[in-house]
Design a protein around this ligand. Structure first.
Ligand SMILES: Nc1nc2c(c(=O)[nH]1)N[C@H]1C(S)=C(S)[C@@H](COP(=O)(O)O)O[C@H]1N2
Ligand SMILES: [Mo]
Length: 342
């Protein structure tokens, strides 16, 4: 095998070649195809900035270091002997890093299986200086004209206390594939997919954010404040979002009763969902089913079209903090479709 190694200044597990060694973007499902509550493993979108490392679980390891009492290295085979935990969570790509205002609608809702990171870290001992959890994936290479030696992300340590952060090695009860990050990836339920570091080999606790291509150059939204100053918001928590699954865009309907339905989610939890059949002029409250804490929830709304015409359908979710999906120009903007009633 053509073995490659980069030069990050600390040890990394040996990886085989990165194949392909370029951006990978595979989006199998359209909105009307999200008919299943749990997305099949083969239907999960695949995104990788620089390629797919071919890593071997037999030689893989994970290092936990930085602001911890007892830094440690675990072989993959030791890790999988620890208690396993399963969490159903919405998985969503935040979209184009170079243009964060486009809604790209890449979703999945899956069951991740792995080790609870907070439990493992409490055994290792977290020092009071630790404020951020840095995570490293072994893929390296050029993205948007910049070369990065590792895929490095971070999250605030408070997120750990809210639970369910996993070192995952399973999806829907099956081993991860290489594309999905085998042997090990980080899963932070409620956070955008960009934070779910694949081919994870290092967790480092630190007092500050790391600067880099994937933390401060991209995936760091700059917002204008009312006083004219700007502030940066790392792309962490998933903003409220919803998608209509049925009807499909461009579907023809008759003048009969019809159930409009879809999925809604938000990191903070969905408060309510509304549906519009007149392009956003008026909104009706949808029925919302219960669901797991981090998973998407089904909404539905009965509709009886009154006359043959073309209708613009939309849904919008509001989270428990009162944030609502914007109509345009955001990664979570409202999805609109058009149906012909004949
Ligand atoms: N190591 C590594 N992890 C990564 C990425 C990457 O390029 N390298 N891409 C991230 C992005 S932007 C997304 S949306 C998710 C996609 O996960 P999936 O391909 O398993 O659906 O992985 C994240 N984890
Ligand atoms: Mo992404």
């Amino acid at each position: 095998m053509n073995e490659k190694k980069n030069s990050v200044g600390h040890d990394q597990p040996r990886i085989g070649e990165i194949r392909p060694h370029k951006l990978v973007r595979h989006i199998p499902l359209k909105p009307h195809e999200y008919t299943q509550r749990i997305t099949r493993k083969e239907d999960v979108f695949i995104l990788s900035h620089v390629g797919i490392p071919r890593a071997d679980p037999e030689t893989w390891w994970l290092e936990i270091c930085g602001q911890v009492e007892r830094p440690q290295r675990f072989g993959f085979n030791d890790l999988v002997k620890l208690p396993k935990r399963e969490v159903t969570a919405l998985h969503e790509c935040a979209g184009f890093p170079t243009n964060p205002r486009i809604a790209t609608r890449r979703y999945a809702n899956v069951v991740w299986g792995g080790i609870d990171l907070a439990t493992l870290l409490s055994e290792i001992g977290v020092r009071p200086e630790a404020k951020f959890v840095w995570s490293y994936g072994c893929d390296y290479g050029q993205f948007a004209d910049v070369t990065a030696e590792v895929y490095r992300k971070d999250m605030p340590i408070e997120r750990l206390h809210r639970g369910d952060v996993l070192l995952a090695y399973e999806i829907n009860g099956e081993p991860l594939t290489q594309e999905l990050g085998s042997p090990l990836r980080l899963i932070i339920p409620g956070y955008y997919g960009t934070n779910a570091v694949k081919w994870l080999y290092r967790i480092e606790l630190a007092g500050e954010r790391p600067s880099g291509l994937y933390t401060t150059t991209y995936y760091n939204d700059i917002e204008l404040n009312p006083d004219g100053s700007t502030s940066a918001h790392p792309v962490w928590e998933i903003a409220p979002e919803s998608v209509i699954v049925s009807p499909a865009d461009q579907q023809s309907l008759s003048l009969d009763d019809f159930e409009i339905w879809g999925w809604a989610w938000a990191e903070a939890g969905v408060e309510h969902v509304e549906v519009s059949v007149d392009g956003g002029k008026s909104w009706t409250s949808a029925a919302l089913e219960d669901g797991d804490r981090w998973a998407w929830r089904r909404f539905s709304c009965n509709w009886k079209p009154t006359q043959p015409a073309t209708y613009a359908l939309m849904s919008r979710a509001t989270d428990v903090k009162g944030q609502t999906q914007p109509l345009s120009d955001r990664r979570n903007s409202v999805y609109q479709l058009s149906v012909a009633v004949v």
